[in-house]
Design a protein. Sequence first.
Length: 223
Amino acid sequence: MLPESESIWNIPFFSELSPDELREFMRFSKLMNFKKRETIFLEGDPYLGFFIVIKGVVRVYKSNPDGREITLHIIEPFGSFAEVPLFLEESLTYPASAQALENSTLIFIPKDGFLKILKNNTGICLKMLHGFAKRLISLNQQIENLTLMDVSSRLAEYLYREYEKYGVKEIIVKRTILATYLGTIPETISRTLRKFHEEGLIEVEGKKVKLIKVEKLKSLFRH
């Protein structure tokens, strides 16, 4: 069963919907639960629609022929994924794979029902374009970071960007998820956090990381 309409309206993606559009949306959409590490869809699966994360974390990734996986996006609550094929007539399959990194609850939005609403709502169309643009910028930055930066620089930038985004110096760091996003392993994240702590840049208590010398962190990835 989908969340109450009042809860759905709190999701930025749906704030442009009228009451009638929201009721129609709730009629054809579906709430789905996935366990940690469960596959949501695989690259090449028939394209049926897109998803919005209500609870949990989802990884969108591509696999190389040799089996190596490259993380494209980490999607957290209220974020959406797999929308791009909606607008590509030739896109009959998902262009990447998706996996739940935690026990996750998602709203599944079928392609045909959503396109019907989209035709009558320019506001939600603009929100989607804005989301695409932000994700493209993020992906370009991630590719650049993986190519040009070592793990210390990538982690320093991540901590600084989180501070810049939320305006708080205390950040919750989930090492396994962060390692996936930064293209490394949890043990390397832990070692680098310990190194930053020893250098007086941060304080670490469990999953909590408190930034002490913000400008010094910034200098590690901006030369």
